[in-house]
Design a protein around this ligand. Sequence first.
Ligand SMILES: [Zn+2]
Length: 435
Amino acid sequence: MSCCHYYASAEGGDTAFSVDTNAITFGKGCLAEAGDVAAALGIRRIALFTDKVLAKLPHVETVRQSLIASGLDVVVYDETRVEPTDTSFKTASRFASEGRFDGFISVGGGSVIDTCKAANLYSSHPADFLTYVNAPIGDGQQPPSALKPHIACPTTSGTGSECTGIAVFDLLAMKAKTGIVSKYLRPTRALVDPLCTHSMPKNVVAASAFDVLSHALKSYTARPYSIRPGPDRPSERPMSQGANPWSDIGCRESLSILGQYIDRAVNDGADTEAREKLMWASTLAGIAFGNAGVHLPHGMAYSVAGLVTNYQPDGYPDEEAICPHGISVIVNAPSVFRFTASASPHRHLEAAGWLGADLLGASEDDAAEVLSSRLIHLMKSTEMPNGIGGVGYCDDDIEALTAGAFPQQRLLQNAPCETSESDLKNLFVDAITYW
Ligand SMILES: [Zn+2]
C-alpha cells in the first residue's frame, strides 16, 4: 500500500489536510444558467470580465443575455490581456472600484479569470498593489475577509483557474511572473461548459492540455502534506499543502483522460468528444492542484514566459512575443520529472502508465526514463516546441532563467526533493532540447 506509506507521519510534519473547493456546475450549455446563479447569490449589478476577441464570440453573449434575462445590470469589461501584467491588473481594479458592482463574472481563459480575481480583490479591499503579492516579491498579506461573489466561466480546457485561489501576472519592472494566492480569491462558483472547447484553435487546445497535464502530474508528485512542516495555527495551513489523498483522486482520473484523449483533441478539431473530455480533465486537475499545489516546472515556467523575446505561436495574439502558460510549463517537464523521479519512483511510474506509457517490464529504477519519454512522445505528437530551445533559449540564457525562477520558493519547496540553485540551473540545461 504505497499510498499509506506515502503519507506516513513525519517529525514536525502536518498531521491533517484540508479539502477546499468551490461550487461547480459542469455540462453542455450551462453558461445559460449564469443569470439564475448570479441572482441566487444576491447580485444586482455585475461586472462581466472577458477579452476583446471573446467579447465578439457567442459564449459571452449567452452569459450576458442570461444575466439580463434575470434582471441584472451588466457592464462588460473587455480590456483584460492574455498573460496579464501588474499594469493590466491595476487598470481592471480601477474599473471594478469605480463601477460599484456587487458581484463579478468572468468568461474566458485563465488570464481573464485571474484578472477578475485581482479586480475583485483590490476593489473589495483596496491596498498598495504589492500588499497581497507573493513574498518575497510582495508582502504576501492575506485579504482581511471574503471578497464579493465571483462566477467563473472558463472557455479553455486549461488553467483550472475557476477552481483555485491563485492569480498569476507579469511584474513588468522585474520581468518576472508572480502571483497572488489566497483562499478568498477562489471563485464562488464555476460554470464549466464543455461546448466552449469546440472553437478553440489547435495550438490553444495543446497548450491548455499540457497545463492540465502539468497540474495533475505535479500535484500527484508534490511533497506529501505529511512532510510539510505543520502550520503554527490551523487557519494558516497553505493552499499548496502538498500531495494528499483527496487531490490524488482528481490527478489520477485527469491523467487517465489526458492519456486517452490529448492526441485526438489536438489533432482532430472535429473530435468534440475528445475536446469535451479535456474540459473535465481540466476541472478535475484544477480542484486537485487548488488543494495540493504545483511545483518545479511551474516555477521554471515563470521565467521561461517572462523572458521570452522571439516566440509567437499560432492561435495567440501576434503583436508581441508570447510563450503561452501551458507551453512554458511543458517545455521544462521532461527534465524535471527525470530529476524528481527518485523521490517517489512508484508515483512517477503510475503517472506514466495513466498517460499511456507501456509499463511492461518497467521497474521503479526506470521511472525517470519511462515518464520523461512518455511526455516527450506526447509533446512530439501534438507539435509542441522541442524544449526551451524551441521557444528561443540557448546556453547563454541559463543564468537569467535560473535567476528568474529561483525566487519562486513557494513552488520550488512543494517539489518532492530539495532544489538548490545549481540543481535548477542543471534542470534548465537539460530542458534545452529533447529530440
Ligand atoms: Zn498552470
